[in-house]
Design a protein around this ligand. Structure first.
Ligand code: ADP
Length: 489
């Protein structure tokens, strides 16, 4: 199955990998070639220089210098001597130190005499001089030149001997040509090899991408199969599968939430509609109309509460809800809430009590803290069967206020405990009429926004305890006269 947008050829990883192969091999082969050529050249040069140095020593043995000038001295009847001297004199030039040529081999003029200026410079330097000169047929010669003199250093002459280095030049040239004509072939082969290897290495990536492509919102339970190689790609697949699982969980929550919301909204809406219809068709007296409207209003109130909770949650999550911190007395606030919740607690047959200090001022958003306390108290009462009890305790610990709400209710199993603060999470066995699963996620947001912490311990059928700590913040010093501590039973 083709993937969304086709990859541009030169953008593909396969092309880029193969290209890096080609670049790497090109640089490597060219550098190696240059280095080899240089080594070969130096070896050939050293060889030629060594031979010339040996010949220079031999020449000095055959050349006699006295006041009559330089003279070759050997036994012309001896074939060995003859052959040797002839070899030495194949390429040579003898000149006086002013640069006037005296003797030379027949081949020397084609190479070209050194100019008097050159000769004078070499004589003045006093050192042997090597240079490469080209003959008239393009043949290269290595020439060694320098001074020769008699035993007493009275008469000095300029001598140059040379030998053809055509052979070594050809070797060097052949090497260079052959090597650098093979290089492009090797580079093309390395490109093909790179293309093939990159294709093999990347083919699992393509199949993973295709598998990922097949996963849509309706098939989020699908998984990309692991290849079992235990390599980086398998790790990527695992991470991807985990991400899909999280997405699937969120999708499921949202779907569940939509169902819950529609259910929650539909019931009171149907009731309101029924009440109004009945009133319209059957009510005769003003009293009957009034009763129907009061009932309808109660259900409308319930509807607005649900809508408000949803709105608040979305505002808190998008950061639109800004805390309005003022100094509030937590003890007072709790006293009021406890008093308010006595009625539903009694209706449920639950004992609601509190242990509070006289006063505990903290810097906090009153509306949100009231909401937090109400949520914890209403949950505790809601999930505690008749005959049970709920105790709220407030204490000051250093720079923190510590609120605990403990009940002897149904408890939460360890499987569900880690999720109760998640949005829309309800323990599955909970009575669906009891809530939307938003209360605790809102509580957790309020605690976090105040820089506090929330913990929960619970045991199934034994009870649950929520502990909230909130930083006290910058509050005015406590009043010197403590107030009486009331307690509610
Ligand atoms: P709900 O609106 O359903 O109460 P909450 O977010 O307030 O949603 O709570 C999430 C879930 O945590 C509830 O469905 C309930 O099962 C569980 N829960 C919360 N408080 C208590 C408690 N005091 N005792 C037992 N279960 C609780």
């Amino acid at each position: 199955m083709p993937l969304g947008k086709p990859l541009r050829f030169w953008r593909s990883l396969r092309f880029r990998l193969a290209l890096s192969y080609v670049v790497f091999f090109s640089i490597l082969l060219v550098s190696l070639g240059v280095v080899f050529r240089e080594v070969l050249k130096n070896t050939l040069d050293a060889q030629a220089t060594g031979v010339l140095n040996e010949e220079w020593g031999a020449v000095k043995g055959y050349l006699r210098i006295d006041k009559n000038g330089p003279e070759w001295f050997y036994d012309s009847a001896d074939p060995d001597d003859n052959y040797f001297v002839e070899r030495l004199r194949r390429v040579y030039l003898l000149a006086d130190i002013e640069g006037h040529p005296l003797q030379w081999s027949t081949s020397y003029p084609s190479i070209g005499f050194e100019s008097p200026a050159e000769i004078k410079a070499i004589v003045a330097s006093g050192k042997p001089n090597f240079r490469i000169r080209t003959g008239d047929r393009g043949e290269p010669f290595l020439i060694r030149s320098g001074l020769v003199w008699d035993e007493r250093h009275r008469y000095r002459y300029f001598l140059a001997i040379g030998q053809s280095i055509a052979q070594s030049s050809r070797v060097l040239h052949d090497f260079t040509w052959q090597y650098f004509s093979i290089v492009p072939v090797v580079i093309v082969l390395s490109g093909l090899l790179g293309w093939f290897l990159a294709g093999r290495a990347l083919s699992p990536v393509n199949s993973v991408a295709e598998a990922a492509q097949r996963i849509t919102h309706s098939s989020l339970n699908m998984k990309i199969p692991l290849r079992g190689a235990g390599d980086e790609l398998d790790r990527l697949i695992e991470a991807f599968n985990r991400m899909i699982a999280r997405l699937s969980f969120s999708f499921e929550q949202i779907r569940q939430f939509s169902t819950d919301v529609s259910h929650e909204l539909r019931t009171p809406l149907t009731v309101v509609r029924g009440q109004l219809e009945v009133a319209l068709f059957t009510a005769k007296t003003t009293e009957q109309y009034r009763d129907a409207m009061v009932n309808a209003l109660e259900d409308v109130e319930r509807l607005s509460n649900i809508v408000r909770a949803l709105l608040l949650l979305s505002q808190s999550e998008t950061g639109q809800l800004v805390l309005q911190k003022t100094e509030i007395d937590m003890a007072d606030l709790l006293r009021d809430r406890i008093e308010e919740f006595q009625i539903p607690a009694e209706a449920q047959g639950v004992t609601l009590s509190a242990e509070l200090p006289a006063s505990l001022p903290i810097m906090a958003d009153r509306v949100q803290i009231e909401r937090l306390v109400s949520n914890l108290l209403s949950n505790a009462i809601k999930y505690t069967p008749a005959g049970g009890s709920v105790i709220a305790t407030l204490s000051s610990e250093g720079q923190e206020a510590r609120l605990s709400v403990a009940d002897t209710g149904v408890g939460i199993s360890p499987d569900h405990l880690p999720h109760i603060f998640d949005r829309f999470y309800r323990v599955p066995s909970s009575d669906p009429e009891k809530g939307l699963g938003l209360g605790l996620s809102f509580v957790a947001w309020i605690v976090k926004a105040h820089g506090g912490t929330i913990d929960v311990v619970s045991e199934l059928n034994r009870g649950t305890r929520f502990v909230v700590t909130l930083p006290v913040g910058e509050v005015a010093p406590a009043s010197p006269e403590p107030r009486e501590v009331p307690s509610y039973q």
